[in-house]
Design a protein around this ligand. Structure first.
Ligand SMILES: [Fe+2]
Length: 276
């Protein structure tokens, strides 16, 4: 197995391993180590079906709990990230976020496998939140040090949310719910649960406020943080190919979808890896 860094702020390409075959404990350990080091792993040229995607996810830590998006028929843990060629609804997940950060135990990682990839556009952006913290000006850091963020899915998945009942004509099967109003606290600055390296966890969107801070102060601060967290110097811009499996660490990077492929269908299958 070979691991070659992207040369950008995070991410590495991994070759020399067939993810459709059973993985030895040594290979799984090597993948996990590379994942913790590079935060985003790209496995090009893989030929995986949904069974293979599930087996890989199980090997890396088991399935997370995926609310608000229906799984594909016949599978409990695979969702389709899909867009029709003529679809005009806003691009799904175009804002920076980390998956399901509103959960008490958010998923450690996410796996995304490219099935139908447009010839242009549709890049996925990743932003390294260790670097975002390490390079943060002290004037900004002092305002978030020791603070707890209030996370919630309500802006996205409550009935009146962005993907709620008013969101029409979308290929993806999204299930808005009153359950999206639940809130969960996580530290804004926290050590990575496995490596201990401090980083920023989550961002404005799923973060809806800061504990003990009035919204009049918290919202502008969260917007300022959002701008900082997604700066280009912290980014890896991933360009997709069919047959690519990408797995990222939700505890150390933010990610965002991009458009730019109107007129082309796009399909990827996704699983989440449970918290360690
Ligand atoms: Fe996401």
């Amino acid at each position: 197995m070979e691991v070659k860094p992207t040369g950008q702020a995070c991410g590495a390409f991994v070759t020399g391993v067939d993810l459709s075959a059973p993985l030895s404990p040594a290979i799984v350990a090597a993948i996990r180590a590379a994942w913790l080091q590079h935060h985003v792993l790209v496995f090009p040229g893989q030929d995986m079906d949904d069974d293979d995607l599930e087996q890989f996810t199980l090997a890396l830590g088991g399935f997370g709990d995926d609310p608000f998006i229906a799984p594909i028929p016949g599978r409990k843990h695979v969702i389709a990230v899909a867009r029709a060629a003529d679809e005009t609804s806003p691009i799904f997940a175009e804002n920076w976020h980390t998956d399901w950060s509103f959960q008490a135990r958010p998923p450690a990682g996410t796996c995304l496998y490219g099935i139908r990839i447009p010839p242009t556009g549709g890049d996925t952006l990743f932003a390294n939140q260790h670097l975002a913290l390490e390079h943060m000006p002290e004037t900004l850091r002092s305002r978030i040090e020791g603070r707890m963020a209030i996370h919630s899915a309500q802006r996205a998945y409550a009935p009146e949310g962005f993907y709620g009942e008013g969101d029409k004509g979308r290929s993806m099967t999204i299930r808005p719910s009153e359950a999206a109003r639940a809130t969960q606290l996580h530290p804004i600055i926290r050590p990575h649960p496995e490596t201990g390296r401090p980083g920023l966890f989550g961002t404005f969107g799923y973060i809806i406020g800061i504990e003990g801070m009035a919204d009049a102060e918290a919202v502008p601060l969260l917007l300022e943080l959002y701008q900082w967290q997604g700066r280009e110097e912290f980014q890896y811009r991933h360009k997709w190919e069919g047959g690519m499996l990408v797995m990222w660490d939700n505890r150390s990077v933010l990610h965002a979808a991009t458009g730019g492929y109107a007129g082309h269908a796009r399909l990827l299958h996704r699983t989440t890896i449970a918290a360690a």
